[in-house]
Design a protein around this ligand. Sequence first.
Ligand SMILES: Nc1ncnc2c1ncn2[C@@H]1O[C@H](COP(=O)(O)OP(=O)(O)OP(=O)(O)O)[C@@H](O)[C@H]1O
Length: 869
Amino acid sequence: MANSNYENQSGGNLSNKNSNTKAGNVPGDAPLRGPLTPLSGEERRKASSDLKNQQQSTTGLHHGGHNFHEVFQWKQGRYADLPGAKISEMMKSNSLDNAPTQSLLSVVNGILDESLDRKNGEIPHRVACLLRKVVQEIERRISTQADHLRTQNNLFKIREEKYKSRIRVLETLAAGNGEEIKTESPKVEENRKVEEKVKDKRESVKETDKHESHEHETSKNEIDKQAIKQETEKQIREIASLKQELEMAKTIHEQQCLEMQKETEGVKAGLQARLNELESLLNDSNNRVKELETSAKSKCQSWSMKVNTYQSFMDSQFHAMRNLRFTSNAIKQELLKTQKSYFDEFNLLEVKLKALADAAGNYREVLNENRKLFNEIQDLRGNIRVFCRVRPFLPGQNGKQTIVESIGDNGQLVVTNPAKPGKEGQKTFKFNKVFGPAATQGEVFADIQPFIQSVVDGYNVCIFAYGQTGSGKTYTMTGPNDATEEEWGVNFRALNNLFKISQNRRSTFQYEVGVQVVEIYNDQVRDLLSNRTGPAKKMGVTSISQPNGLAVPDASMHPVLSTTDVIDLINLGFKNRTVSATALNERSSRSHSIVTVHVRGKDLKAGNYIYGNLHLVDLAGSERVDRSEVTGDRLKEAQHINKSLSSLGDVIFALAQKSPHVPYRNSKLTQVLQSSLGGQAKTLMFVQLNPDVTSYSESLSTLKFAERVSGVELGAARSSKEGKDVKELMEQMASLKDTIAKKDEEIERLHLLKDLKNGYPGIDGEQPGTCSLSDKQSETGSTDDEKSEITDAALSMGTETDGSAEYVHSPEGVSLGKPKVVPKVRVLQKPAQATPTSKSESPRASSPAIRKTLSSSSNLVKPVVRKKV
Ligand SMILES: Nc1ncnc2c1ncn2[C@@H]1O[C@H](COP(=O)(O)OP(=O)(O)OP(=O)(O)O)[C@@H](O)[C@H]1O
């Protein structure tokens, strides 16, 4: 308040408190007084009124300053936000002139602090102008204050002179020359008053004395003189003290002057430094502003360039979009056209699908017929088939003189007696097929494969290898030790094929496969897969074959899911056999090993089961006992072998003769194989031949046995009452083959229809997880039989789908709609009349499969021309 008072009074000059106090008492024409001289009442009143005036003036100015505060008391960081109009208004108005210097400095500091706080140090232009104005105001005030100080100094000097003259007067007074000192000093005035008082007193004394006695006058005068003297001394002392005080005041005043000067210079220097600092900041700010302006200009230019680029890009995009729109319209048109043609094709397809559904509906029937035909072919070929296999000479075998003269394509084998060279010694044998020494395992199996399919169809099959020791029975049935897949024997290949077929039929049949491995040694049955340790347990054989074909129910049954399982089991069985062989001296040659595969298939549609079993038999060596000239155990073994082999021959012969009694019970071997010998069972015998001349006698014996067996069926055919000869039967077989071929053609056509349907993705209704027809084809083998299996599975799926989905046409395409059953409008029909042929009277020829001729109303499924059988 005091500060602003002073500042306002002095036109905003900078000052301190001391100067403030004194400046208030320094009006130009004010009477000069000593510092300690008491004020008279008049002077006090005047001084009070001056003070009031000053206060009023201060209040008024402060009011103006208050306005300034209102304008300038911005919070830190807000000066930059002052609107330009406000700043220019402040700069135009006189608010800066009335503002206290402290406030101006606060503004400067505020702006600078704000500029420092701001990261880029920028001061907006308008704030910089304001700053310049404020600084100019501060400069002006400094110069004014300097003038004021000079004036004040002069005043002090004048006052000093006055004090000095007064001191001189007092000194003169003190010297006692009685000279009246006319001075305006209060002390002198007081002296004067005292003197007047003394004078008055003297006069009053005189007057009193006039009234009192004259005598006392003299003594009183003396007393007065002494009093005056004392008074004078007292005054001299006072003058001395006043002088002292004056000196002190002078000293203090000089000190104060010096201090003020120093302070003023300090403030001036500070302000100058601050001013310089502010100017440099201002310059920096200006430079920064220029830099910013330059960068803003360059940015502006780059932005305008970018804008141009974007504009051109947008133009090109718009152009491209327009083109795309045109293209899209064209595509839309094309799509509509395609859709229309698609609808047409779809309608056509629907018609074809109906035909396909009809055909597929009857496909099962066709398939069954196919199976029957297949079996009839098998029957015609003979339920007992004999293959002869001549093993090659072994690497270490000497001589290498063979008894095999020739091998014919028609199953003819000519052997020569080494003792009778020439035609005389030659003997011809006829079998279903003869495999020479070069025949591979794969070639051999190719002729066996149909038997495996029969097993899956629910027939019992027995494949056994017969021959003398070392003739290759185990090689054919199992393969060599540690056989590669190429060298796999019948066992592994048969099961591998069985799994493949069951896999292909998985949509219609669910198969379970179990394996038993037993051996028959000395007419005893032993389980080779028993996990019991020690010698194998003896097994009983059921005399009447069970419906499930389990002739040895006590033998462990092992379910198998893959060929690997089978390999493991058979290896385990042979290992057990080998263990026994160590003790029983090469027992493998003198025991029959039987691998029995039990197949149970569930018809997924009908729900019924079919059973089939396959016996894979590696017979004991067939060498003659008399030649071996053995005794004891070996003789017993040989007798058992001979007995079991001849029992096998007897059974087969009895079956061929359709004898009412078939001697199965004569040996354990025939009992075990009973389910696979006779009835609908199919038997395949491998006659293994050692071509070495040294084995001629054994080989001849083997061949004779085989000839007897192989001649059974054919002989029976020849001796039948209908008088049909082999040639006729062969013709019949060819005819049946022809029928099958036609059916295959028909199936192919159905495939075509199916493919046609699959050609339209999204409408075939293929269920997830099901294979497409092509998938199935690729994963199967190349035989026709397998193909028919595949077709069966594929068409079964197709039939279900065709009957359950309706296809909805929509502009977006084709989608599956509400399920709808497609009515079967076409069925496979029997021919109007079946023309019986000369063979039709035969039970085989008169079977419905042969009599039926397939026809189809579909233009794609052409009717099969019925062949004369
Ligand atoms: N087709 C063939 N090709 C190559 N080697 C063969 C063939 N047939 C048999 N062999 C070999 O002949 C030898 C005897 O064959 P194998 O053991 O199969 O006769 P086997 O009739 O089973 O004898 P055993 O009655 O003693 O069991 C074996 O070394 C076998 O590898």
